[in-house]
Design a protein around this ligand. Structure first.
Ligand SMILES: *Cc1c(COP(=O)(O)O)cnc(C)c1O
Length: 497
């Protein structure tokens, strides 16, 4: 299977291995399949397929020439605390919740970041690439922990994660600080997430640093959802959800299903779009945003405008104004018009906004709906779902839940709706407790809030949550944004053999 850049009118081809190793195309575009797979599959078989079988099938569709037989058993094994990996709850307070938080770091990033290291290794093996891969990430919480967990002790890789010293939740910090692996480095930055993110991008593009790395047989790579190897594994859970609805007797084979997806960088929902393109009967994809509602405006008006205030909300993993993966959707809906994509992306960069041609917006509206929720509405929704169904949801899932409800009320659409549950309520226990009118322990370490929340929860604590209590926090390095490049060099020098 070959890949190409969303911004290259000449459609230069790359192998799947090259696309995964490089992460981003040289012209700044994103890798997409040069010809989208058109597989034949039997929907009724979905009821009996295990998650692992589905994952294997999806990987084979997109990476048929990569040696990936060992990937799936390693990625979806005992580190998951539910045998179905992505269980779908029966209907709760009007919605089905697809729980994607049963992995080791309690958020849906694990679904892909448990796979990506194995894909990267397979790709390097195939291309006889013996360089050490330095995964560099700035994180506002979930990606960093999931990347550390996914890449720990993976041969030929090293991970350096920068997080804002006062910008992540106590649980996220505890998770990040307790990761154990010889190849993992966690650095707290005295600054905010944007400063860390901007400096990471500068480090990526610094020719001097690149030369130093090359002389040590090393190269930088990224673990964020711009990498096609992180995106594709997420397609699996849409198929798995459909199979579970069939098995529960909610639908018949061929019936359409809607999905409400809490969205930030547009990776999760794009995987749903790809599932529909592969032939899964998807009705509407409901793009659910928080108060940073740039996508809601985009799907309503066709104009993407990032020139607006940035809000720090109680669903921090969705606090984002530039949704990178939207570029892949634009490419696809325009029939692969790389010139148009290039033009729109340059407008976004230079002027901060762009507008989609009307006929493309009309096309998008046939498949997508969009809603958003404010922090207060999120708290009310967590409260409502718990009162009505005795079921705890996290603030990100609550955004999806609100969007599903609002869409159903406005549209009268009778098709069943799956809310994609992206994080465990135990990852954000303070917000959940507050929403349930409970006082939050002052100076919460996260763990005390978890214990308090557990007393309200009818379900037993999962192994992933239990583990938080046995973790031993390690001392972390600290730096300033300006000193980050120096820190990278120091880390690499110390570990050089
Ligand atoms: C990353 C994340 C999201 C947003 O997913 P995208 O693929 O970036 O749209 C939503 N919820 C949680 C909990 C996340 O960690």
């Amino acid at each position: 299977m070959n890949y190409r850049s969303t911004r290259d009118p000449n459609a230069q081809l790359y192998t799947d291995a090259q696309a995964i190793i490089q992460g981003l195309a040289p012209d700044g575009g994103l890798f997409v399949p040069a010809a989208f797979p058109q597989p034949q599959f039997d929907l009724t078989r979905l009821t009996t397929s295990s998650y692992q079988q589905l994952a294997q099938t999806v990987l084979q569709w997109f990476f048929p020439h990569l040696p990936t037989t060992a990937t799936v058993p390693a990625a979806y094994g005992a580190q998951w605390d539910h045998p179905r990996i992505a269980p779908l709850t029966p209907v709760h307070a009007g919605s089905y919740y697809l729980e994607l938080f049963h992995g080791p770091t309690l958020a849906f990033k694990d679904v892909a970041l448990q796979v990506l290291p194995h894909l990267l290794q397979a790709a390097k093996h195939q291309t006889k690439d013996t360089k050490e891969t330095i995964i560099l990430t700035a994180t506002s919480g979930d990606t960093g922990t999931a990347a550390l967990r996914g890449f720990r002790n993976v041969a030929g890789t090293r991970v350096i994660v920068f997080y804002p010293q006062h910008g992540i939740s106590p649980i996220q910090e505890a998770q990040m600080r307790s990761q154990q692996g010889d190849n993992l480095h966690v650095v707290a930055v005295k600054g905010n997430f944007d400063q860390a993110q901007t400096t990471v991008k500068e480090i990526f593009n610094d020719p001097t640093l690149a030369a130093v790395l090359a002389s040590h047989q090393q190269h930088f790579s990224s673990a964020n959802s711009m990498n096609i190897g992180r995106l594709i594994p997420q397609i699996t859970y849409y198929f798995s959800a459909y199979g579970q609805l069939l098995r529960q007797g909610v639908i018949q084979a061929g019936d359409q299903v809607n999905f409400a997806v809490p969205t930030g960088n547009f990776g999760d929902i794009l995987a749903g779009y790809y599932a529909a393109k592969l032939g899964l009967p998807v009705g509407r994809l409901i793009c659910a945003s928080n108060k940073n509602n740039v996508l809601t405006d985009f799907f309503t008006t066709g104009t993407y405008d990032k020139r607006r205030e940035f809000f720090v909300t109680n669903s921090p993993s969705m606090d984002i104004l530039v949704s990178s993966n939207l570029e892949r959707l634009l490419f696809d809906v325009s029939g692969g018009d790389a010139e148009l994509v290039q033009q729109l992306m340059h407008e976004l960069q230079d002027q901060g906004h762009y507008s989609l041609p009307t006929e493309l917006l009309t096309k998008l509206k046939q498949l997508f709906a969009a809603e958003y929720a404010t922090p207060d509405e999120i708290q009310t929704e967590i409260n409502r779902v718990f009162k009505e169904a005795n079921y705890l949801i996290d603030p990100h899932t609550a955004v999806g839940s609100i969007a599903a409800h609002r869409y159903r009320t406005l549209s009268d659409d009778p098709r069943p709706c799956v809310v994609v549950a992206t994080a465990s309520p135990y990852k954000f226990p303070e917000t959940v407790l507050q929403s349930l009118d409970n006082t939050v322990p002052s100076q919460s370490t996260g763990l005390d809030a978890i214990e308090q929340l557990a007393q309200l929860d009818p379900r037993p604590l999962t192994a992933g949550v239990e583990e938080l209590f046995t973790n031993q926090p390690q001392p972390v390095l600290t730096t300033t944004p300006a000193a980050m490049p120096r820190m990278v060099l120091d880390i690499l020098k110390k570990t050089d053999k």
